[in-house]
Design a protein around this ligand. Structure first.
Ligand code: THU
Length: 135
């Protein structure tokens, strides 16, 4: 059960993390914070590179940090941008890997929650490990 207090905490963590975004090329800073099933929070920022395609999104940094600490189930992830941008397709696919019911909170830099989705809302009919099962 995601309370409003938890929503606010998660958005605040993403907002604080956003200060560490490395986005000298796009100047589009993104902060993310993921809440694990066990109650831990991992944050992330976008990290750009002079070789543009090497850029990594904030959501995936947060999720990969969590997974690399043994966490694989997520209650929610907050994403903060200056204009309430939603996660890119690659991030949606990575979120889907760890559960379609994870709540995705979209907020802006004032800390305002703009929209709330589930991963299933953001990536319907997704490819998953079930598709890899032998037929
Ligand atoms: N970006 C993210 O961090 N997350 C997204 O879901 C969308 C895009 C970053 C990548 C790049 O550094 C900048 O935003 C502009 O695309």
């Amino acid at each position: 059960m995601l309370t409003n207090e938890i929503r606010e905490t998660l958005i605040q963590k993403a907002l604080e993390a956003r200060n560490w975004a490395y986005a000298p090329y796009s100047n589009y800073a993104v902060g993310a914070a993921v809440l694990t099933e066990s109650g831990k929070i991992y944050d992330g920022v976008n990290v750009e590179n002079a070789v543009y395609p090497l850029t990594m999104c904030a959501e995936r940094v947060a999720i990969f940090k969590a997974v690399s600490q043994g966490e694989k189930t997520f209650q929610a992830i907050a994403v903060v941008t200056r204009n309430g941008g939603t996660p890119c397709g690659s991030c949606r696919q990575v979120m889907a890997e760890f559960g379609m019911d994870t709540i995705v909170l979209i907020a802006d830099t004032s800390g305002k929650l703009i929209t709330e989705y589930t991963v299933a809302d953001l990536l319907p009919n997704s490819f998953s490990q079930d598709d890899l099962a032998a037929s």
